[in-house]
Design a protein around this ligand. Structure first.
Ligand code: PLP
Length: 445
């Protein structure tokens, strides 16, 4: 089929995530029809390195026959059955494998359809628990500026990206947002250690101001991903957890991006940041993007708190524990293990980070941040770190366009480009990717 016609259909019928109303119906989106390994192929027949890894999710890379076979076999055997009163063995096996890899007593997997519904379910579970425990006023969720936790009403209500909050209603009495934890924006002359103390005080002061009897939970991405790969100062999460424990506030670690190897471990909370949260939310890399799935993994303690009550957790989805998605998740997990992909990430991450930080030599690059196979390059036309010029809003898109001409897709976010390639990327491909990114940035000025 001719793409002109397809494009008209796309404009006429497909409402995309974050659809901009200024150009609605007049977009010129690229069709991506095939992909293999770390490459996608667009409708012009161009083969590009997938810098963003789909949407932080294509861990094992594209085009794996083993994945297609496992999913097809499961669809032939049992494509679907209701998870409400029955169960299926593949989802049960996957739940057990997840619990084995999740830290400490996080043993209870509530399957969802993606990351937003994982966060939503975690928040609803905490509301349910607190109601049952006789704390109906303990409901406030503390989150952070620049956080993204999803697009359901509850998940969006605890998301702190200002531009996303402009035109949509939110449950404003539910959430409180702590100031940006990015050390780049610390006061002039302030040390990182003092900045960290200040961020910890922000959390404790918020809990004390509302009163611990009103604060239910703190939710945090280990690294704020779409907020611009913000890596908080070392020790931040441990100290936040201490504050939460001191005030009986639950800790939700939103690992939708950081789990399944992005930082070289199944889950980053414990293995990278040394914390044992009460709930981990995950999705994306859980199936390497081959099928939509997420989970809220809940601790023994939280379940024990309310076990035996005559109450039902009336929250769940037709597709919770979907057999075909579970087959994708289990097979992806097997591949990650068999091919040593977590070890591979730990091995190549230093090269990725070195090449990322090397970009600081380019005039318009004002900051680079990252960890594992996550990275962000931030730019400003006048080299100013903290404020945006009119033209800065388009820099990300211009860099993406220049990179695409050279064989690399990046994810532009205003004046930033974020990178999270498939975890199977080789050292040579990392060099190739950053060579192009550097050229693309230089050409975009
Ligand atoms: N939480 C985090 C940290 C995310 O980055 C995202 C998506 O980018 C979500 C939740 C929402 O996940 P989904 O888009 O699968 O609903």
């Amino acid at each position: 089929m001719d793409n002109t016609e397809l494009r008209a259909w796309d404009n006429g019928h497909f409402v995309h995530p974050w659809e901009g109303m200024a150009a609605v119906g007049q977009n010129d989106r690229t069709f991506v029809e095939t992909a293999s390994g770390i490459h996608i192929v667009n409708d012009k027949g161009e083969r590009l390195i997938d810098g963003p890894g789909g949407m932080w999710c294509t861990q094992i890379g594209y085009g794996r026959t083993e994945m297609a076979d496992a999913m097809a076999e499961q669809a032939r055997q049992l494509a679907y059955f209701s998870p409400f009163n029955n169960t299926n063995s593949i989802a049960t096996r996957f739940a057990r494998e997840l619990a084995k890899r999740a830290p400490g007593d996080l043993n209870h997997v509530f399957f969802t359809t993606g990351g937003s519904t994982a966060v939503d379910s975690a928040l609803r579970f905490i509301q349910f628990r607190n109601n049952l425990m006789g704390h109906p006023d303990k409901k406030i969720v503390i989150s952070r500026q620049k956080a993204y936790h999803g697009s359901t009403y509850l998940a969006a209500s605890v998301s702190g990206k200002e531009r996303d909050r402009l035109w949509l209603d939110k449950a404003d009495d539910l959430a409180h947002f702590l100031p940006n934890v990015n050390p780049l924006y610390r006061a002039e002359g302030q040390s990182v250690a003092d900045f960290l103390d200040e961020k910890i005080a922000d959390l404790e002061n918020a809990i004390l101001t509302f009163g611990a009897d009103r604060v239910a939970a703190f939710i945090a991405e280990p690294i704020l991903a779409s907020g611009g790969v913000i890596v908080p100062p070392e020790g931040y999460h441990k100290r936040c957890l201490e504050i939460c424990r001191r005030h009986d506030v639950l800790y939700i670690s939103d690992e939708v991006v950081t789990a399944f190897g992005r930082l070289g471990h199944w889950f980053a909370s414990k293995d990278v940041f040394g914390i044992q949260p009460d709930i981990i939310t995950c999705a994306k890399g859980m199936t390497s993007g081959y099928a939509p799935m997420g989970a809220a993994i809940i601790s023994d303690r939280l379940i024990a708190d309310i076990a035996g009550n005559d109450a039902t957790f009336s929250n769940g989805y037709t597709y919770s524990g979907h057999p075909v998605c579970a087959a994708a998740g289990l097979t992806s997990m097997e591949i990650i293990e068999r091919e040593g992909i977590l070890e591979h990430v730990r091995q190549v991450a230093p090269v990725f980070q070195e090449r990322l930080h090397d970009l600081r030599r380019i005039g318009i690059v004002t900051d680079t941040r990252g960890m594992g196979l996550m990275g962000c390059v931030q730019c400003s036309l006048d080299g100013n770190k903290t404020s945006l010029l009119e033209g800065d809003y388009e820099i990300g898109a211009r860099i993406d366009a220049e990179c695409q001409k050279r064989g690399l897709l990046v994810r532009p976010i205003i004046n930033m480009c974020v990178m999270s390639p498939p975890l199977i990327i080789s050292e040579d491909q990392i060099h190739q990717m950053f060579d192009v990114l550097g050229d693309g940035i230089r050409a975009s000025v």
